[in-house]
Design a protein around this ligand. Structure first.
Ligand SMILES: [Zn+2]
Ligand SMILES: [Zn+2]
Length: 268
């Protein structure tokens, strides 16, 4: 049985219609002790509907209400997935400080206000150039932004742009990846294992095994596991693989968060 799922989207996200009660009931049924609802807070992206920049007043109120109702059955964490870009950090700092968040995922979904999913950023670049561009942006984000708990799906740049951009020669990017991981660790932050790669035909978790291995070699300790589900059916999907990876790396703890403070949970 799995302990928690720390990356779940609900109908408050621009790309999900899932009902919160259904998510909670499903998580209880799965025997989870904790879940973090991490709806998208995505600001400063061109051509993205305003639904992505969620109404935090409403969202926070609803999560806190459900947190209280279900407190004897499951711990519900007030989370958010902040789609940070180097030029939007002030916005996120302001929003995140305003509410009693337990858990914040920082993710790079776009660069220069353009969503990676649109395929525009990839135009005229080779796969290596695109990945280098992406990782350098992530590095800039982790250097400048500190209002988060874990960095989301660190290498998911391979998901977008078509088959030409799939796969990665990790060795070519290891230097900048190392810098990213070191910055995260030295800032007292962590990363997540995001199992959604399997749903997007990538047949792997984010980040890929060599990056996870490197994270722990460099002294990384804080780690959450998340399905990135937008439908309740995906909650804890492919977690068996994530747990197997941790076993292979001899990692015995995952992290839970309360008001942004990490707590270590023994998983085996
Ligand atoms: Zn994301
Ligand atoms: Zn997500």
């Amino acid at each position: 049985m799995f302990y928690s799922d720390y990356h779940i989207h609900s109908r408050f996200s621009g790309d999900s219609n899932e009902d919160l009660i259904k998510i909670i009931e499903k998580s209880i049924e799965l025997g989870l002790k904790e879940i973090a609802i991490t709806d998208h807070l995505e600001y400063g992206m061109k051509d993205l509907s305003s639904a992505w920049d969620i109404n935090l007043d409403e969202y926070v109120k609803e999560i806190l209400r459900l947190k209280e109702i279900y407190k004897n059955k499951i711990k519900i964490k007030l989370g958010v997935e902040a789609g940070v870009q180097p030029h939007t950090l002030n916005y996120y700092n302001e929003k995140i400080s305003k509410y009693p968040f337990d858990f914040v995922i920082a993710s790079t979904h776009g660069i220069n206000s353009i969503d990676l999913a649109f395929g525009i950023l990839q135009e005229g670049k080779t796969r290596d150039e695109m990945q280098d561009f992406y990782f350098k942006t992530v590095l800039e984000n982790v250097k400048k932004f500190k209002n988060y708990c874990v960095y989301g799906h660190i290498d998911f740049v391979t998901r977008y742009g078509g088959t030409k951009f799939r796969g990665m020669d990790i060795e070519k990017h290891m230097e900048v990846i190392d810098e990213i991981l070191k910055e995260i660790i030295h800032s007292g932050k962590g990363i997540e294992i995001n199992t959604s790669g399997f749903r997007y035909g990538e047949n792997r978790v984010y980040p890929d095994f060599p990056i996870l291995k490197r994270y722990f070699e460099l002294g990384g300790e804080i780690l959450t596991i998340g399905s990135d589900s937008h439908q309740k059916e995906y909650i804890t999907k492919y977690f068996k693989t994530a747990y197997e990876i941790l076993e292979k790396l001899d990692i015995k703890y995952i992290t839970s968060f309360e008001k942004m403070k990490p707590n270590f949970i023994k998983i085996r």
